[in-house]
Design a protein around this ligand. Structure first.
Ligand code: SF4
Length: 332
């Protein structure tokens, strides 16, 4: 690159960093995982935040930490209890990978969290983005991140679509070498609260003077239209031993493509047309919106499942929908 142009780019990058970090210092949301740079907490929050909104993560994050406060405790836990604590967050593969990685950290790294992006990427469930996020936030390694929020900010600041590699190169060129963790979090925060997909609040944006699009570059991805489906479940309950109420649940197959091994209510393929549902609720999974009808059932003769006492439910790995139904029925 021409030396003058190179110098100009460096000045712009410097201004960008200064303004972004000053804004972040003044306006960063007080999220629980930002309280300290503990790598276990940073890792847990980053995995939970993949494909899940911040508001939904906060409650689960705190409860998960209460059950598994350290990587050792997580490694020593049974898979069922990890899945139970993850219940409601969806994408359960993340929980299985988290558990597998915890065991490796304890077994092969003597409980010490790997402290470089390269080592982190060798762990299950940790890709380029997550490794860079943990390395920069917990260990101060100058590794840039690109997630959906950062991508949108970069495309708009540059005023054009950038290829995947260009995105990583630009994020790396902009990265603040002294405060890489704060810079990465500031970029993600800017995308989450100011440079939002539909209505970017450019007038309050700290980098407006350095941005080419200023809100005019449309959101990069069009979300696919949601499919609609109706689905029926049986809520079977009875008074068991000692008059403790029990609910009948079935386990999804171990080789199911989603939520393998988790527990749910019995799905009904056929409903008596004259019956009235106990209640209905809405539930969305990725691209499908479900209308869920829940019917009072009696002990099913054919289904393989288990009667589970209600006090035990918090320890059972329930699917998100089962949890929602049981909460609505005031059993959980
Ligand atoms: S000026 Fe507008 S479009 Fe540009 S980065 Fe800021 S919020 Fe996004």
């Amino acid at each position: 690159m021409d030396t003058k142009l190179d110098l100009l780019m460096q000045v712009i990058a410097q201004k960008f960093r200064r303004r972004l970090l000053a804004w972040y210092d003044a306006h960063a949301r007080g999220l629980p995982w930002r309280a300290n740079g503990d790598p276990y907490r940073v890792w847990l929050s980053e995995i939970m935040l993949q494909q899940t909104r911040v508001a939904a993560v906060i409650e689960h994050y705190q409860e998960f930490l209460r059950r598994f406060p350290t990587v050792e405790k997580l490694a020593a836990a049974s898979e069922a209890s990890v899945l139970a604590a993850w219940s409601g967050l969806g994408y359960y593969r993340r929980a299985r990978m988290l558990h597998a990685a915890a065991k490796i950290i304890v077994r092969e790294h003597a409980n010490k969290f790997p402290n470089s992006e390269k080592q982190l990427r060798a762990l299950p469930g940790i890709g380029r983005y997550t490794a860079a996020a943990i390395a920069s936030i917990a260990f101060g390694e100058p590794a840039a991140v690109v997630d959906g929020n950062v991508e949108r900010v970069l495309q708009r600041v540059a005023g054009k679509r950038l290829t995947r590699e260009e995105l990583w190169e630009t994020a790396t060129a902009l990265l603040d070498q002294q405060r890489p963790g704060d810079f990465n979090q500031a970029m993600m925060e800017l995308g989450a609260v100011i440079c939002t997909p539909r209505a970017p609040a450019c007038l309050t944006c700290p980098v407006i003077e350095l941005c080419i699009a200023r809100g005019e570059l449309a959101a990069t991805t069009k979300s696919a239209p949601q499919k609609k489906r109706e689905i029926d479940y049986a809520l079977n309950y009875r008074d068991g031993e000692g008059c403790v109420r029990e609910v009948f649940l079935v386990q999804r197959p171990r080789n199911a493509s989603t939520m393998a091994g988790m527990w749910e209510l019995l799905e009904l393929t056929h409903v008596n047309g004259t019956s009235v549902a106990l209640f209905t609720l809405k539930h969305s999974i990725t691209v499908t919106d479900f209308k869920v009808r829940v019917w009072r059932g009696s002990q099913p003769s054919h289904a393989k499942g288990k009667w589970i006492p209600l006090p035990r439910l918090p320890k059972v790995a329930l699917t998100g929908l089962a949890r929602k139904i049981l909460r609505k029925a005031e059993m959980l």
